[in-house]
Design a protein around this ligand. Sequence first.
Ligand code: GTP
Ligand code: MG
Length: 206
Amino acid sequence: FGRRPWVFIRGVPALKFLPPEGPPEIAFAGRSNVGKSSLINALVGMNGLARTSNTPGRTQELNYFVPEGYSGAEDDLPPMALVDMPGYGYAKAPKDQVDQWTKLVFDYLRGRSTLKRVYLLIDSRHGIKKNDEGVMDLLDKAAMSYQVVLTKTDKIKQAGVPRLMSDTVALLKRRPAAYPEIIATSSEKSTGIDDLREAIALAITQ
Ligand code: GTP
Ligand code: MG
């Protein structure tokens, strides 16, 4: 992840506002409040980069982050871009907002050739929910490689983490696009962040 600071480059409310395909992209998806923006901040080591909040539904667009100092010209592309996706499963979200989310995300997943992997974040206190399964269906249907990341493991009993991990891996068995290993993290305690960095570094070369 280098030593350069990262910057926000663009919020994308609809596909036509996507930046031209350039560097390899890694996207972060998950229910509202699962900790996507916090995880991005932990990865790049910058507290205030992606806006985090206790109010679910904070991130409404596909937010693009890249390391600073690249022009974006064909011969001066950043090594990767991180994409913070709007959360789903927000109880108060109106139906047309949900439909809009599904369309934006599905079109993005299906059509973006530079998207190398989606990290699907699951709150370790709640496990995989119905709407997470719906998103896995989308990912499998789009044949988009994804890997599950458990978040907020500082909030559960540490002795329960291995069991939670093996239970979660078992749920992914019959999912063709799911990566067979998962990563347990806490952005708060910086647990698992190096493992995730390594996995991402590998994913962008694939
Ligand atoms: P949306 O943008 O609404 O979809 O949410 P998000 O998935 O980006 O979640 P965000 O990173 O904003 O975090 C939501 C809340 O969870 C914030 O209050 C964070 O401080 C808290 N949080 C995130 N990660 C952790 C963690 O590892 N441990 C603990 N204890 N709290 C966390
Ligand atoms: Mg967010």
